[in-house]
Design a protein around this ligand. Structure first.
Ligand SMILES: C[S@@+](CC[C@H](N)C(=O)[O-])C[C@H]1O[C@@H](n2cnc3c(N)ncnc32)[C@H](O)[C@@H]1O
Length: 361
């Protein structure tokens, strides 16, 4: 038994009066015990719960349990887990019971905590993905930062799961939509290029706002582009939206776009390569065309600082931008009428716009 669990058990119950009491006093009397107890309740259990809930949501277990209570056998079958490993799945489910997120009666498991019930709902998928992003990507870089530096290791795109990120990025969707609604010309046909489209939700929003809009949506990561293409087909937009795997830096298309958008991805470019990436975006605009770039900026908020840390440790990206600095980079890249707008008072999320000089055709 590890020391944390021992400490907790001892505080819950002492069995045989005298000897147990003496042992308990000895254990609880050690100077490290208050710290251990505080760590257990304040840090360890929340981490266990977050990891358990994230995995239960991501694997689809929460959704299945929301439909009806299940035994480990039927869950194993649904998750394509071999019969040999069903007892191990049971042990994992029991951990959920211990943490208070699952309940069990007659050998069947059900959802118990409010968090488990909420994360089981499709409408909270973005929250489940954000939790997964924190655990899978932010926690490891916090845990391994100094060791990575000592070993000269960097994170690569393969250390990310693009489809999880595409889902979690929807957290800022209302802010991106606000920026799109402010910028998009709805009075005429518009040709949009969306760079790093993720799930494609922002292209869908633009297409809904302007029924004469047509778009090319590209994403660097093949699996992300494939998912976006499936989404676009499901939304019935294939006649207006083309999705391709592609990299802004090498994209071979005519400079024909009225609007180029980059949402939540400027930090995928190293700091000193941003001007050339922005120049490239500008070169794809038709004369008079506009760039709209939305991004979280440095703020001191712990979630964003963890995101910033991840990209600082990546071999392909760079830190979250400071608004003034990014505005200057847009100007250096040749954009005119550059603006940086905070989209919500107090929120470190900004929209940057700039135009390519010239008269629209
Ligand atoms: C954090 S996700 C945001 C997805 C989407 N824009 C959103 O806001 O929901 C950033 C995306 O940008 C893509 N990306 C990064 N660099 C890119 C590049 N050079 N060209 C095209 N896509 C890129 C990544 O593959 C990733 O899917």
């Amino acid at each position: 038994m590890d020391l944390l669990s021992l400490a907790k058990n001892v505080t819950r119950r002492t069995g045989k009066p005298v000897t147990d009491l003496l042992t308990a006093t000895r254990i609880l009397g050690t100077p490290r015990m208050p710290l251990l107890l505080a760590l257990s309740k304040g840090f360890v259990e929340p981490v266990y719960r977050a990891a358990f809930l994230s995995s239960a949501a991501g694997s689809g277990i929460l959704r299945r349990l929301a439909e009806r209570p299940c035994d480990p056998g039927s869950l194993a079958e649904a998750l394509q887990i071999g019969e040999r490993d069903t007892p191990r799945l049971r042990t994992w489910l029991e951990m959920g019971v211990t943490l208070g997120d699952l309940g069990r009666s007659d050998g069947r498991y059900r959802l118990r905590s409010r968090a488990a019930k909420a994360l089981a709902q499709t409408r909270y998928d973005t929250v489940a993905a954000a939790l997964e992003e924190v655990l899978r990507f932010h926690v490891p870089v916090l845990l391994d930062g100094p060791r990575m530096l000592r070993e000269g290791r960097r994170l690569s795109l393969a250390d990310q799961d693009g489809t999880v990120i595409a889902r979690s990025s929807r957290v800022v969707r209302p802010l991106v939509e606000r920026a799109v609604a402010r910028t998009l010309d709805t009075s005429r046909a518009v040709r949009l290029l969306e760079v790093g489209c993720g799930s494609g939700v922002h292209v869908r929003y633009a297409a809904r706002l302007n029924p004469r809009l047509s778009a090319l949506a590209v994403d660097l990561q093949p699996d992300v582009a494939d998912q976006a293409a499936r989404n676009v087909a499901e939304w019935g937009l294939t006649d207006r939206v083309e999705v391709r795997q592609g990299d802004l830096r090498t994209l071979d298309v005519q400079p024909q776009f009225d609007l180029v958008t980059l949402h939540n991805n400027i930090y995928y470019f190293p700091h000193d390569e941003r001007v050339s990436a922005l120049r490239r975006a500008r070169a794809l605009l038709a004369p008079g065309g506009m760039l709209l770039l939305t991004t979280s900026c440095r703020s001191g908020n712990s979630g964003l600082e963890a995101l910033n840390l991840w990209f600082e440790y990546a071999d392909f990206g760079g830190p979250l931008p400071h608004p003034d600095e990014l505005a200057r980079q847009l100007e250096t890249a040749g954009f005119r009428d550059v603006r940086a707008d905070r989209l919500l008072p107090g929120a470190p999320f900004h929209a940057f716009t700039g135009t390519r000089a010239g008269v629209p055709a």
